[in-house]
Design a binder for this molecule. Structure first.
Ligand code: FAD
Length: 381
């Protein structure tokens, strides 16, 4: 399927529509911070309002695939990424029961690179880039509602702007204000996250696949291994990174797996359980003065490592659309039209991986899994 590139090399550099425009962004997550940087680099005055009292990403990992790292490089963060991330050498689907490595998909020649980040380091890096470009960030400000003319009501009073970008995550009020009423629902999957200290960790992502479950491991530093373990279950679990769980529950869920994986899980001393929630891709992404991006518009299962990468792409493309169009209405319509196509494809691929990773007959889905893992990370994304 042909998809528009978020960032062609010969992109025209702006009609001046954004010069001195006041852009307000709700949310200092990965999507909001990247949007702030992208808008500021195109001449806009940008202010982020974040309800938390500080940048609040937790101590888990995140994979930034070439489509995401290409955008961040274009936004001037190449050196910062080199300093803050580990370059992935391969993805290795592995039979979690027998321990047999099924394939090794080489990533060593990916340009731009496929990277492993500490979430907090990624967020800090983009925030520093944004602040250096003149973006202001106000913490402890909760946006309560947004009027049709773009005036925001917050706990510190009214804020006005030319355009408000709702990068306010899966529980977005911006999405609701645009008339998208579907509530986030539990997907029947939970994810544990943990880190362990481990020696000489290889710079590869291992996907340990087992019926109804899988574990992804990759390094966050030379001696730190990130673990995300997913299990299908009927019972609801709370959402969020901060709900701690007994590591024995994690071990029990993978008790029948190979010694190598059990050894990794045996070293977990602290773990957090996250219920995976989703809502459908929003039908309406904008009105005249408000637009949504990232999880607010299109949350995805984390089985293709694309949620944040798509938010990064959205952010860049939104600023580009606004910069290139003669008026915001044209820009926002183009943004939704072109991005909806791509994010829907990514969500379908992540859903397919949910089935492939939890396969009952491991080898027969292998080729498919490999394609879904790597097919989406092409640098032209
Ligand atoms: P968020 O990160 O949710 O940010 C929203 C921000 O808005 C928050 O800071 C919030 O406090 C603020 N906010 C909300 N409402 C208001 C309000 N009213 N006023 C003010 N502020 C407000 N993605 C990848 O690309 N790669 C991966 O490897 C990956 N791994 C994952 C693993 C797991 C287990 C999970 C659950 C997800 C994973 N993801 C991954 C997905 C990724 O984490 C999300 O898609 C991404 O963080 C969404 O970013 P966002 O900026 O859209 O939203």
């Amino acid at each position: 399927m042909d998809e528009p590139d978020v960032m062609p090399d010969d992109a025209p550099r702006g009609s001046g529509t954004l010069r001195n425009k006041r852009i307000v962004i709700i949310g200092a997550g990965i999507g909001g911070l990247t949007a702030a940087l992208a808008f500021a680099r195109r001449g806009a005055n940008v202010h982020i309002y974040e309800q938390a009292s500080a940048l609040n990403e937790v101590g888990a990992g995140i994979q930034v695939t070439p489509n995401g790292s290409r955008v961040l490089a274009e936004l001037g963060l190449s050196d910062a990424m080199d300093a803050a991330s580990i370059v992935a050498q391969a993805v290795m689907p592995t039979d979690a029961i027998s321990g047999k490595v099924i394939a090794r998909f080489d990533l060593s020649s990916q340009v731009p690179p496929y990277r492993f980040f500490h979430r907090a380091a990624l967020v800090e890096m983009i925030a520093q880039g944004a602040q250096a470009a003149g973006v202001e960030i106000s913490f402890d400000v909760r946006v309560e509602s947004i009027a049709k003319d773009g005036t925001l009501n917050t706990n510190i009073g009214e804020v006005s702007c030319d355009l408000c970008v709702g990068a306010d995550g899966i529980h977005s009020i911006s999405r609701l204000l645009l008339g998208n009423t579907a509530e986030p629902e539990f997907t029947g999957q939970v994810a544990w996250r943990a880190t362990i200290v481990a020696k000489d960790v290889e710079p590869v992502a291992r996907i340990w696949m087992a019926p109804n479950r899988h574990v992804v491991t990759y390094p966050l530093a030379e001696n730190l291994l990130n673990i995300v373990a997913v299990q299908e279950r009927d019972t609801w679990a709370q959402e969020g990174w901060k709900h701690s769980d007994d590591p024995d529950n994690l071990r029990a869920a993978f008790a029948d797996t190979c010694p190598q994986l059990r050894d990794i899980l045996g070293q977990v001393s602290e773990t957090y359980l996250w219920g995976l929630f989703r809502h459908p891709v929003a039908k309406q992404w904008h009105n005249d003065s408000l637009v949504i991006l990232g999880d607010a518009a299109h949350p995805t299962l984390p089985f293709l490592a694309q949620g944040a990468n798509l938010a990064i792409e959205d952010a860049y493309f939104l600023a580009r659309c606004c910069d290139e169009a003669d008026d915001l209405a044209t820009a926002l319509a183009r943004f939704q039209h072109e991005r909806a196509l791509r994010v829907s494809r990514a969500i379908a691929a992540a859903n397919a991986n949910a089935r492939n990773y939890h396969l009952s007959g491991l080898t027969r889905s292998l080729a498919h899994t490999g394609l879904k893992t790597l097919g989406f990370v092409a640098p032209d994304a």
